[in-house]
Design a protein around this ligand. Sequence first.
Ligand code: MG
Length: 414
Amino acid sequence: MNRRSFFSAAGGAFALPGLSAAVQSASSPYRRPRLKITDVRTAQVMAHGLQVHVRVYTDQGLIGQGEATDAASGAPLIIAGFRRFLIGQDPLNVDLLWERIRTSGIFAGAQGGQFITALSGLEIALWDLAGKALGLPVYQLLGGKMRDRVRVYCDSQTEDPDDPSAPKKLESIKAMGFTAVKIDIDEANDPSRFDKVNWTASNGEIEHMLRKISFVRGQFPKDVDLAVDMHGRYDATTGKRVAKEVEPFKLLWLEEPCPPENLDALRDIRESTTTPICCGENLFLRHGFRPLLEKRAADIIMPDIQKAGGLLEARKIADMAHTYYVPFAPHCVVSPIGLMSSCHVCAAVPNFLVLEWHWIQRLELWRNFVKEGEIIEKGFVTLPDRPGLGVEMNEEGARKAQVPGTGWFEPSRV
Ligand code: MG
């Protein structure tokens, strides 16, 4: 018996035809009064850098929550400027609102940077809101899930073989069950560095890099993947040398061995080595990733979803990469709210590889930031089936990292 015939029978037996109508109308968002955006507010948190949390309010009490990071320092002001495109609008038209705002800003830097970072935080809040309004998890709105749980790697922030506490820290990461780890090998204060400005690594510096990799590699079983980040600081010559030297370690990837602005230089490095090259945390929108893919400059892409354009833009970037058979491994340094938003995209795309987690040194803040508590279990996040993102901020926990002197989701005055 389908729902309609059940209610029709129920109506006959119990004379409650109104109940059927009520359930039918309540189950279809298109029969409810149209949702309207009434306000957009922000709060600033300092954890791994600055994170700007965004809330979109509606006339029916539903609130969507998003997060932006890295290039987020101007986000509160920029988002206040977005209000004229949002107030009174239907938040379910996420992509339309995104497109209007982005194209309105092409003379104001809407090709990347703070503008797109601010838009990313807003877009994520709109998806959370749309999911809540429609009663669906966000991954469902992004095409449905291809996997129930998302693999997460731990950015260890520990790689110094001369640090006596390092083995214990790495042991605790292993005990947490992660199947992949990342370390940093760029060092501005390396004693073998001959110049404060030039980033051509000396033999001594490269030896120190290899020592770090060898040390961390030795702390984990072979089936735990190791990724290595150079943060785009070095020149192409150094990038090429390091990529070659690290080949025996069979890295998951070498990240940004040179800056990302010159993709030909990056491609030269990629073509010179068997070490997989990863790039993308400093690129924005599909437009930033198109030349990276066309030039075959990276083996793996790593868009920062809270910065590169938001959830649907990340899905579009991942799909574009998939046509080149390039895996998608998003950069992620945000709170459990932002990380869970990334998980919805990672669940929905075919070419997902692994997602970053960067709060190992902020465990207490991490575990108290959302009402759901710890969301990573043995290196995986299980997608919640609750409407929207499926996590809600624990105000008391989150406010411990509030940027002093800033407002906390204060109503907009304009
Ligand atoms: Mg990086």
